[in-house]
Write a protein that binds this ligand. Structure first.
Ligand SMILES: [Zn+2]
Ligand SMILES: [Zn+2]
Length: 95
């Protein structure tokens, strides 16, 4: 049986020191992972979110508002055939 001790690792992304706790090491050993995590929890969560696996993470599309021409982001893919509005203009259009 291997004895685990808490380790301090440095995040490969942000350089912050984080604890690789005993329970995490046990979890890693159980899963058969040989390498300790390279990133802190924050960066790991961010990387997950970037892959679209994060909770509530939505892909945003860069668009130009058809009404005022401002650059904005919308949570859907613009079809091209219909006008896209920024938040402000959308509010106006809805009225
Ligand atoms: Zn980090
Ligand atoms: Zn607008």
């Amino acid at each position: 049986m291997t004895m685990f001790t808490e380790q301090n690792l440095t995040c490969a992304d942000c350089g912050v020191e984080f604890a690789f706790t005993v329970s995490e090491q046990e979890f890693y050993a159980e899963k058969g992972f040989n390498n300790p995590p390279r990133r802190c929890k924050t960066c790991r969560a961010a990387a997950k979110a970037n892959r679209g696996e994060g909770r509530g993470a939505r892909e945003m599309f860069e668009v130009t508002c058809s009404s005022c021409g401002v650059q904005t982001q919308v949570p859907f893919k613009p079809s091209g055939s219909r006008p896209v509005f920024c938040h402000d203009c959308f509010q106006k259009e809805a009225r």
